[in-house]
Design a protein around this ligand. Structure first.
Ligand SMILES: [Zn+2]
Length: 315
């Protein structure tokens, strides 16, 4: 006998991919600076090519993945960090999230006609052109029994890095510097980022005066600005070596790297539970003549087929 949908806890057939050194945290000892270097490596290509998005959408999605990966790796607890952008541009919705263990996923909703019209006017659009006006939200979710922490700001700035910087300066009152990149390379899509955060004090007993701290922060951001996209996305350049190139005169300390992984958390069982919340009329409508309801996980773009007779409205 075939297993009914609600008992099927199977995960979909998605790549079981882990990039062990995906995030490299570091700090500059004696300076109010800590940061993370993020490299999705082969994971970028695996995540991004599961969706048939136009290249500008894929590129922005890759940057969003690098951003949430860099933010989630700073979490000190179990949970996830998610980015949601809603705007009136060709990309009406972009969602990316990353758990504390580095499980990454995303989806984007695009109006293809609007995108085509934009590309006809502006062949190399900025992230702002793709997203339009709207808002950007960052949510920390630590599980069902805890409060969610969410901050929302208007979309401001030309690039996703500018938008995130705007978020941190207004919502979190926290200086940060960001570089995010995603591009097609000879090895497929690659995405990465470098994030610097200004922290209070420098973690030691040595008290740094404000002018000195300001100067240290400025030096770190100037050095970070010398990083090229080619260096950031070069699989052959080890993260520690890249960081050494940038910050070797700034008391660089490289911490234990963290893994990133293919992170869709959908399952047949979860989608069957969603279906059961619909009334019978809707279920009949969804199954049409075939007798089968197709649900697609937006994150991993996997179709799940449910025989209509197996789904009972749970009212
Ligand atoms: Zn999925």
């Amino acid at each position: 006998m075939e297993k009914p949908a609600f008992l099927d806890r199977d995960r979909p057939d998605v790549p079981d991919l882990v990039v062990p050194g995906g995030v490299t945290p570091f700090y500059l000892a004696g300076r109010p600076v800590r940061g993370r270097l993020v490299r999705l490596g082969v994971l970028a290509d695996a995540l991004l090519t599961r969706h048939d998005n136009p290249a500008p959408v894929t590129s922005l999605a890759g940057k969003a993945l690098a951003l949430v990966a860099s933010l989630a790796s700073a979490l000190k607890f179990q949970g996830s960090f998610s980015l949601q952008i809603k705007g009136d541009g060709p990309i009406s919705m972009l969602v990316a999230d990353c758990t504390d263990t580095g499980a990454l996923r995303f989806y984007a909703r695009t109006d293809e006609d609007a995108l085509e019209a934009l590309l006809a006017r502006t062949p190399r659009p900025m992230d702002r052109d793709l997203l339009g006006s709207g808002y950007l939200a960052l949510t920390v979710d630590q599980g069902p029994d805890t409060d969610r922490h969410q901050g929302i700001v208007d979309i401001a700035g030309d690039t996703l890095a500018d938008m995130a910087t705007h978020y941190f300066t207004t919502s979190e009152q926290h200086a940060c510097w960001l570089m995010l990149s995603c591009t097609m390379t000879d090895a497929g899509w690659r995405a990465g980022g470098l994030v610097l955060e200004r922290i209070a004090g420098e973690g030691g007993s040595h008290v740094v005066d404000n002018a000195e701290a300001d100067a240290n922060w400025e030096t770190a951001t100037i050095l970070a600005s010398t990083l090229s996209t080619a260096e950031l996305l070069d699989d052959g350049l080890p993260p520690a070596q890249l960081l050494h190139r940038l910050f070797h005169e700034e008391n660089l300390h490289v911490s234990q790297p963290r893994a990133l992984a293919f992170g869709c958390r959908c399952s047949r069982a979860r989608l069957a539970e969603v279906l059961q919340t619909f009334p019978d009329d809707d279920l009949d409508h969804m199954s049409e003549d075939s007798g089968t309801i197709v649900m697609t996980c937006e994150f991993c773009n996997k179709d799940f087929h449910f025989p209509r007779k197996d789904i009972t409205a749970d009212l």
